[in-house]
Design a protein around this ligand. Sequence first.
Ligand SMILES: Cc1cc2nc3c(=O)[nH]c(=O)nc-3n(C[C@H](O)[C@H](O)[C@H](O)COP(=O)(O)OP(=O)(O)OC[C@H]3O[C@@H](n4cnc5c(N)ncnc54)[C@H](O)[C@@H]3O)c2cc1C
Length: 305
Amino acid sequence: MSWKTKSNLAWLGALPGVKEDEPLASRTSFGIGGPAEFFLELARPEAIEKALDGCRQRGIPYLLLGAGTNLLVADKGVEGLVVRVVNREHEIDGTRVRAGAGLKMMRLARIVADANLRGFEFAIGVPGTVGGAVYQDAGCWGKEMREVLVEAEGFVPGKGRQRWTAPALELGYRTSALRDGDLKGALVVSATVHLQRGDGEEARQLMARLTRERSETQPIKTKNCGSVFKNPPGDSAGRLVQAGGLKGARKGNAAVSTLHGNFIVNEGGATAADVRRLIEHVMAEVKRRFGVQLEPEVEMVGRWR
Ligand SMILES: Cc1cc2nc3c(=O)[nH]c(=O)nc-3n(C[C@H](O)[C@H](O)[C@H](O)COP(=O)(O)OP(=O)(O)OC[C@H]3O[C@@H](n4cnc5c(N)ncnc54)[C@H](O)[C@@H]3O)c2cc1C
């Protein structure tokens, strides 16, 4: 039975601050995708938790949204409720830092450098939020979230607030219990990381150098979602795409970057269907030529049929 009963629609429509048919394209780094049927942007974890509990009780589908930097939203949009998580508080206690899930990783990288803490410089390369980074163990330049994470506070609809140690979250290369395991559908409320005391100026200089180097090798100023594919064991997806002669391949207004093979760029007006067809084309070609099955790192969400 569809969840779209009169009473569920009335409940969604009465959520404080809710918007209907709210465009999502501008809330993703790809700049692509249809609207959310119902949309909330919430900073108070209690309000997010209440909305998610209600959805669970009523069988209403929901999607948590961070900065939208790892999502391909379908052209037909997203069914049910989309909740954008924007709690951005942070607390520094010695070498421990607790950050709200909605805080951007890049912002936190600067905050902790200014507090003379080291070990979080890698986060300057991750444009998503702390919640999104925990969700799939984001990482950059050989360092990942799991190396600094102590614990996360979370919420499981129907079960309430929980505290997860890093091992309980089963973080691994672009995976976790939240993305692929028992905690699917759970909310990350905040995360605590453990860093080292050090020279903030050195951290800032390192971040500036890494950012400069990256802008020369990756199309980071275009509309994209970062790496489209996970690196297969012992190899790099970008290398395989390049070796397959697929740089510059295109479907509609979506093109494989000529700068880096693991990036797909929305050149303006690309649809989600264009990007998906291009992803499938690249996967098929890499499989045919090298026998390697690439796996998307980007998540495809919403109504594809
Ligand atoms: C230019 C560019 C460069 C990038 N470089 C890197 C890189 O070097 N390394 C890397 O790892 N990634 C990189 N990315 C990808 C992206 O930034 C990361 O995957 C990031 O962790 C996604 O966070 P987000 O807040 O944007 O999540 P979103 O894209 O909004 O969501 C992704 C998933 O996380 C879930 N989620 C978000 N917030 C929460 C929450 N609070 N609780 C539970 N689930 C949540 C969503 O439901 C969704 O399933 C890059 C992206 C871009 C555009």
